[in-house]
Design a protein around this ligand. Structure first.
Ligand code: GLU
Length: 281
């Protein structure tokens, strides 16, 4: 039986792109007699707001999507995130880093999927861990695991290229887990077998696959779906004027009709689906 999930972060309202993502994950589970989980990724205490979570539940119900079990709160898992961070530290794979974004931008020699690639400035340096972020020594980690593969349902087999990102932050200054660590641990904790999410996170999977190997976690299959984009090809975002689901709902629109239109790829004017191949590494 497959298990999929929709894992929004409550740092802003959901919009059409989120609705599409939720529908894809929901419909894949339902088509294969599987389970569809809802996980609220609320570990970013500064940006997460409970009122968005409450809206999300109403929005999904309005779209006609029912999740299995109770919604899962990522913030309930921070002890497990910190424990995994300690394990990686004990393996000698993490090092503290105090570089600012501006310093990284000024010293980067390459651009990766998330922007300037951290050039490893603090690797091998004596950095005061107090108030530092902890980065994964990706080369050491890849040497430990050897070559890794993963598979996307539509893009096919992939060779893990965690090195594309440089030494990613796994423990943030303010949090026991970064996105990469938390999402990898939580998908394993939730027994997710088909990680369903947008193509914008395709490259992140290289890092997640490496973490799974290091931490002895099960390896799911991935399903990265195309994104809804504006006429310039940019991912939809509230700040670019795309109305939120809550605004549509409160304006009296019928959510199930909207969900069906998204399934049928009948998008509002100016919105289209990105090409799948855009997400290839
Ligand atoms: N919480 C992430 C987001 O809202 C998604 C995580 C994932 O699907 O892997 O962008």
């Amino acid at each position: 039986m497959i298990v999929t999930r929709f894992a929004p972060s409550p740092n802003g309202p959901l919009h059409l792109g989120h609705a599409y993502a939720a529908i894809v994950a929901h419909d894949l589970a339902r088509a294969r007699d599987g389970r569809f989980l809802l996980r609220i990724e609320d570990i970013d205490g500064e940006r997460s707001r409970p009122e968005f979570t409450a809206q999300f539940l109403e929005d999904l119900t309005w779209l006609g999507l029912a999740w299995d079990g109770a919604p899962i709160a990522q913030s309930d898992r921070i002890v497990a995130h910190a424990a995994a961070g300690d394990r990686l530290k004990a393996m000698g794979l993490l090092y503290p880093c105090c570089c600012t974004r501006a310093e990284i931008a000024a010293t980067a020699r390459a651009t990766g999927p998330d922007g300037p690639v951290y050039p490893g400035t603090c690797r091998g340096r004596a950095v005061d861990p107090e108030g530092a972020a902890w980065r994964l020594d990706v080369a050491a980690a890849m040497a430990m695991t050897g070559p890794l593969e993963w598979s996307d349902e539509t893009a096919g087999p992939q060779i893990a290229r965690a090195d594309l990102f440089g030494d990613v932050v796994l423990l943030r200054k303010d949090l026991p887990g970064s996105y990469h660590l938390a999402v990898t641990l939580d998908d394993a904790a939730d027994a997710v077998t088909l990680v369903t999410r947008g193509a914008d996170l395709f490259a992140s999977t290289h890092v997640h696959r490496l973490l799974q190997a290091l931490l002895g976690l099960p390896v799911p299959v991935w399903h990265h779906h195309p994104l809804l984009v504006d006429p310039e090809g940019r991912k939809l975002a509230k700040r670019r004027g795309s109305p939120s689901l809550a605004e549509r709902r409160l304006a009296g629109e019928d959510g199930r009709t909207l969900a069906q239109a998204l399934r049928d790829h009948c998008f509002p004017a100016g919105i289209s689906l990105s090409q799948r191949l855009d997400c290839a590494p």
